[in-house]
Design a protein around this ligand. Sequence first.
Ligand SMILES: Cc1cc2nc3c(=O)[nH]c(=O)nc-3n(C[C@H](O)[C@H](O)[C@H](O)COP(=O)(O)O)c2cc1C
Length: 251
Amino acid sequence: MDLANFLMALFEQIDRHARCRSWKDEQMELYDAMRTTFAARDFTDDEMSDETLYRVLDNARFAPSGGNRQGGRVIVVKDPDTKTALGRLCLPQLRVYGEQRRGGENPWQSVQPTDIDVEKVWNDESIPAVIPMFEDLSQTPTVLVIAVDLSVVASMDKDLDRVGIISGGSIYPMAWNILLGARNEGFGGTLTTLLAAQESKVQELLGLEPDVAVAALLTIGKPKKQLTKLSRKKVEEFTTVDRADGPAFTG
Ligand SMILES: Cc1cc2nc3c(=O)[nH]c(=O)nc-3n(C[C@H](O)[C@H](O)[C@H](O)COP(=O)(O)O)c2cc1C
């Protein structure tokens, strides 16, 4: 990068940072929101009001879904005991996640067999949670469970011999819209999926029908610290022209 480009990038960064500082009271510029919606897990005691949450959901509902079937469901979990129970249901999966990470594996990937003893780790309550938030969700200001009715979702890869990915496309846009909307309102949160591994227990706990899949648990609150610079790959690192082995797309 030559000096002129470096200075230009620096000024853009400063300008973006300055505009981000006014995030509290103003509607955000879309690209600012996209670049600064990080996984917030550490919250102040501030609650998001029901009025604000309704506004967030009222905008998030414009997310797309396959064939516009709109099978998404949102459960606003207010009961502290239910929040706690949901967090605890995540702990065995989180132990597996942590041990795989410690062993240098990509946790929960579906391609290679794991080297860890999943059953042993799953049941070993002496292993500390690598993400402490799940040990007690009762104080998390806003907890949302996002689910999707599979009886209306077009799962175009359902006959392929690999883990399904398409079905998620009919629900995660809405989940992400909720987090973008929360960011726009001065809040933050994290999209988490550990809960899905215990789907039948979640369905029982929340009264969800058997065909309604658990897609995510969103934890939302006022972040203690707002990050403005997220670590992500550059466009050139994941975009190529014409073929996967084609030249990097540089704009
Ligand atoms: C599909 C998906 C699943 C995720 N599952 C979890 C999870 O189970 N628990 C968790 O704490 N974070 C979870 N995350 C949050 C990611 O860890 C986070 O988005 C990522 O590390 C980037 O963090 P950053 O935006 O703060 O840089 C998930 C994110 C996505 C998109």
